[in-house]
Design a protein around this ligand. Structure first.
Ligand SMILES: NC(=O)C1=CN([C@@H]2O[C@H](COP(=O)(O)OP(=O)(O)OC[C@H]3O[C@@H](n4cnc5c(N)ncnc54)[C@H](O)[C@@H]3O)[C@@H](O)[C@H]2O)[C@@H](O)CC1
Ligand SMILES: Nc1ncnc2c1ncn2[C@@H]1O[C@H](COP(=O)(O)OP(=O)(O)O)[C@@H](O)[C@H]1O
Ligand SMILES: [K+]
Length: 491
């Protein structure tokens, strides 16, 4: 997995990397500039579009100058506006300034006519990870002006004004695209920063994972290449028992659809045998819309021991007796997936928390999470609380949303890279519960079930959105689950 390094350690990382490779820091800057330009050309093919590049005094500004040179060579009309030049600027900024072609338009922003043509592109190379304080004065005013321009705004590495690891309090550049180098900086993954970061693109500048590992802070980004080895593989003699027997408990009257969605998602994720136990007095009257799913009844003496995994909570309602939940946890006594109303039940009856089987997986959305741990004021605090909750109760916490966080009981924090806003639709969380439960039932460790479930779920959402966007529904995600295995080369 790709380590996410904090802003303060990035200078050290660069040093270590360039020393061991025997290159200069300006070579790495050139690599970063080329990676940006390659991304840029992939999207903005029209070489007559006017581009304004705003450069700060540090290496982020140095990136901007190198990018200006490369884009200008490709024929794009470029205007460079710099905050300062010479003394006070980083050495690679100065070197790149000297490398600008002779006839190049580079203006100190104090002498700038403050005009940005409509429809042009504004590139923010003012500050990156070296930001040391909240923006104020002329720089803050400049960013305010840029934010009002009728232009496409692109940030290099970080939108200027955004601290790399924490929540912002000041003026920040509003990017439509942020092109960040090598790994996403933590603050780019916070929901409250979406108006600053826009679409996130991570571009490779050649620093291998082994260098990043040394500076790792227990925080990782899950990529496509991390998934293959986390799956279990079956052979030609495998039978349905090997693919796991799973049970879903939930579905009170009026909310039974949630249970069916989880059950169906489990089948599509490869489960061998799927049963569901709706919370009905007399469940013989329940019609299951899928022939492959079996109906099950959980009575006080029902043996749950032969189930490989249980997913509990989707559509369970609020009228569940906590002792009934307790008896299920005690009888099953293996890691289970706890979602929705089962989480609400834990929140309302904290004595149950200590009884949750070790290494169980809790999948709260942000509201459910607050019910569990109390109000939080921002995402940084939410991440910390999810991590300490996972450690304290020895469970996996999956905090759902864009860049879903998987907090593991050993303190590691993993952020997901798949998914999109079209998945914000009723029942898509139930689908996730079905997928994770399925993997758990197929014999995956709770960590791998959580990682594969979250990654495949987001990928299924992406595949579904190739033909449907707004108006996509949870069942569309389920239909694409089998394609995610094909996409990742998983047999
Ligand atoms: N491995 C990497 O990540 C690489 C990073 N590079 C670039 O280098 C950047 C980091 O460069 P630097 O460390 O020079 O830092 P920055 O260029 O982000 O900013 C540092 C400069 O801004 C000034 N400054 C900071 N906060 C300010 C504020 N609030 N108001 C006014 N001035 C302020 C500092 O005094 C310093 O001059 C990265 O974001 C990236 O763009 C690339 O060049 C190459 C590789
Ligand atoms: N903007 C988004 N980007 C990526 N994934 C999203 C986004 N919005 C929602 N999702 C995913 O969709 C699911 C929604 O879950 P949840 O809120 O529990 O829905 P429900 O209760 O209706 O089943 C989660 O897995 C979440 O990560
Ligand atoms: K920037």
């Amino acid at each position: 997995m790709l380590p996410i390094i904090n802003g303060e350690s990035i200078k050290e990382l660069d040093q270590e990397f360039i020393l061991s490779k025997g290159i200069l820091s300006i070579d790495l800057m050139e690599e970063a500039a080329s990676a940006f330009v390659e991304w840029f050309y992939g999207i903005f093919k029209d070489r007559t579009i006017k581009i304004y590049i705003f450069c700060g005094p540090g290496n982020n500004g140095g990136d901007g100058l190198a990018i200006a040179r490369l884009l200008s060579k490709m024929g794009y009309p470029i205007n460079v506006l710099y905050l300062m030049n010479g003394k006070g600027c980083s050495k690679d900024f100065q070197a790149n300034f000297k490398k600008l072609p002779k006839n190049f338009i580079a203006t100190n922003f104090e002498n700038w006519n403050r005009q940005i043509d409509h429809g042009s592109i504004v590139i923010d190379a003012i500050f990156g990870v070296g930001l040391s304080r909240v923006l104020e004065g002329a720089i803050s005013d400049l960013i305010g002006e840029l934010n009002n321009a009728i232009a496409t705004r692109i940030a290099i590495d970080l939108p200027s004004g955004l601290p790399s690891d924490s929540v912002t309090t000041g003026q920040v550049f509003h990017a439509e695209h942020t092109v960040t180098f090598q790994f996403p900086k933590l603050s780019l993954l916070f929901p409250e920063h979406i108006q600053f970061t826009g679409k996130l693109h991570v571009v490779d500048i050649g620093i291998e994972d082994q260098f990043l590992q040394k500076f790792s802070s227990n925080t990782f980004y899950i990529r496509k290449e991390d998934i293959f080895s986390r799956h279990r593989y079956f052979h030609r003699f495998s039978h349905k028992g090997d693919f796991g027997r799973v049970l879903f408990i939930g579905g009170a009257p009026g909310k039974i659809g949630a249970l069916f969605l989880s059950s169906y998602a489990a089948l599509r994720s490869g489960s061998g045998l799927v049963s569901c136990a709706p919370e009905f007095e007399e469940n013989s009257s329940v019609q299951i819309p899928y022939n492959e799913i079996m109906l099950f009844q959980v009575k006080s003496n029902t043996d749950l021991g032969n189930m490989d995994a249980i997913g509990i909570g989707p559509g369970w309602g609020t009228a569940i007796d906590p002792d009934y939940f307790l008896s299920i946890m005690v009888r099953f006594n293996k890691p289970m997936v706890i979602d929705a109303d089962a989480i609400n039940l834990l929140a309302a009856n904290p004595f149950l928390l200590k009884k949750v089987p070790k290494n169980s997986i809790l999948t709260p959305h942000l509201k459910e999470f607050e019910r569990l741990v109390g109000k939080v004021s921002n995402h940084a605090e939410r991440i910390e609380k999810a991590t300490s909750f996972a450690i304290e109760y020895n469970v996996v916490v999956i905090l759902k949303g864009a860049h879903t966080l998987i907090a593991l009981p050993d303190g590691r924090k993993l952020f997901n890279s798949t998914g999109n806003q079209y998945m914000a639709t009723a029942g898509s969380g139930d689908v996730l519960t079905g997928m994770i439960t399925s993997f758990l039932g197929q014999g995956y460790s709770p960590e791998n079930a959580a990682i594969c479930g979250v990654f495949h779920h987001g990928l299924a959402g992406e595949l579904a959105s190739q033909s449907k966007r707004r108006g996509m529904i949870a069942s569309d995600i389920i239909e694409k689950i089998p394609n995610t295995f094909i996409e990742l080369g998983i047999e």
